[in-house]
Ligand binder design. Structure first.
Ligand code: APR
Length: 234
């Protein structure tokens, strides 16, 4: 089984989704300003502070029953579940899921904005602080290690996800609106190669047309039962 998760899987932990019309992140912020390289170059301090706020938020919340159910299933059935996530909050990893494939990076990881000079020391720059931190030698700024709009996904993660999709018999799609590609394209690939597709989402999604079943429930309600686990022991 391959599982693709999106922001909805973390909603019940208190992490806002992106496209909820009232509380979604993109209802309050312009993605081109906050989640693109040109946006970061134009307003590095503002964007850095926003990511610092998001890092603090995800560090303060806990994995929920959905994250725990997936981790427990993987523990009980080694090698049977490949977890692919669009989330950058690290909650699957904190719940104990092994080998999570992160398509959109990780909020807690940092990278250089530009090419690395021989003097650049990423960890030292991050420790030194600044908004954003930068290399004392060349001034190269540090950026969040997440995939921004207009950027390629990490090639290795995408290749692993595609391999997982090509070989699965069941694809579980949890808490994603299914509008962002290439992640959403993985569900088309799974459907095309004959896998059954099950969507878990309280609302309709762009991927429902591919689904053999749509479970209209929240992730924390549905996953413990779908994965046949007793919530009491999670
Ligand atoms: N359980 C399950 N699903 C839920 C829950 C919940 N408790 N709460 C909300 N949802 C669903 C919503 O109905 C919606 O379909 O989660 C989905 C969240 O969709 P988006 O906000 O679009 O998040 P996602 O699909 O992960 O977005 C993909 O877009 O900008 C980005 O890079 C960001 O990785 C993200 C990508």
């Amino acid at each position: 089984m391959t599982v693709l998760t999106g922001a909805g899987v973390s909603a019940e932990s208190g992490v806002p989704t992106f496209r909820d019309v009232q509380t979604g992140i993109w209802a309050q912020f312009d993605p081109q300003e906050m989640a693109s390289e040109p946006g970061f170059r134009a307003h590095p301090q503002r964007v850095w502070q926003w990511y610092a706020h998001r890092r603090a938020l995800v560090s303060a919340v806990q994995p929920n029953a959905a994250h725990r159910a997936l981790a427990q299933f993987a523990r009980h059935h080694p090698g049977k579940l490949q977890l692919v996530t669009q989330n950058v909050d690290g909650l699957h990893q904190r719940a104990g899921s092994p080998g999570v494939i992160c398509l959109h990076g990780d909020l807690l990881v940092h990278e250089w904005l530009d090419a690395v000079c021989p003097q650049c020391d990423l960890e030292a720059a991050v420790q030194r602080g600044g908004e954003p931190p930068s290399c004392p030698a060349c001034g190269n700024p540090v950026r969040p290690g997440v995939v921004w709009f207009g950027e390629h996904l990490p090639a290795a993660a995408l290749a692993q996800a595609e391999a997982a999709v090509q070989t699965c018999d069941l694809m579980l799609v949890v808490g994603t609106s299914g509008v962002v590609y290439p992640a959403a394209g993985l569900v088309f690939q799974a459907h095309q190669q004959g896998a059954r597709v099950v969507v878990v989402n309280p609302d309709a999604t762009e991927l429902d047309m591919l689904a053999d079943a749509c479970v209209r429930a929240t992730a924390a309600q549905a996953l413990p039962q779908l994965l046949r686990l007793d919530e009491g022991c999670l």
